[in-house]
Design a protein around this ligand. Sequence first.
Ligand code: SER
Length: 315
Amino acid sequence: MKKILVTGAVGQIGSELVMELRKIYGNSNVIATGRKTPPSDKLRESGPFYFIDVADLDSFADLVKKHNVDTIYHLAAILSAVAEAKPNLAWSVNINGLYNVLEVARECTCAVFTPSSIGAFGPTTPPDNTPQDTIQRPNTMYGVTKVAGELLCDYYYKRFGVDTRGLRYPGIISHETLPGGGTTDYAVEIFYEAIKHRKYTCFLQEGTKLDMMYMPDALQSAIDLMEADPARLKHRNAFNVTAMSFAPEDIAAEVKRLIPEFVMSYEVDPVRQGIADSWPNSMDDSCAREEWGWNPKYDLRAMCEDMVRELSKKL
Ligand code: SER
């Protein structure tokens, strides 16, 4: 049985990934870690939880050794909009944190999953059907750290044989945990506001198409990639994965179909609009489909129906 450690376990993806991994591999085999934010009761009560800062290499290595960890899901990261406001912090968390994780993985022979992002692309990348292997010249700090992270992970694989694997996640939509400071966050906020107030003011303008994915698919993709037969993997860091691509008006129309009084208005945030404009409209994820069987279950309509159903129970 695998012994797994998850960093960033209190974050949007991390908190749900821990619960999913615990279902599959057993509660005590999945160690959740966070830096400062207290975990939910569900997370803390279902298995081991530790506060740890991956910047502290020795304590991190001690924890990995103590639990005989063989697989690290490294999710601790600063998202795009926060990274533009605090580039220094973004470099420190996204690069130095990853470097430490890779060093410990090398020393302790662990496999490493770490997400890259649509943010690893930039304004000179072909925006439609963006290929797996293409131009990556991002103009955001988030993007710089994501490209450097992809290269660093590939380097550790080639040079030291560390089993590194990653995904270029699009915007992730979930009814459990809110994302923190990303450009794609509007596609989550819209549901909260639509259910509570029947209206939403969107910070991206009409026509801004971006790739997105519903949380169950995001979790499945990480788990499937880490379970994939390495002999089939021609790529490692990181695979394009997407489940849907839409602009604000497309998701607004779907929400309106479910909540007829819903009205959307626009108040564009130039920083996040600039970031979104530099990212692809839609990625080609055929390499993920061919090399490890990626096949998402939720499209825009199915995701919206589930989000409205689930969130209406909670709000
Ligand atoms: N959801 C992320 C962000 O907006 C993209 O990786 O920053």
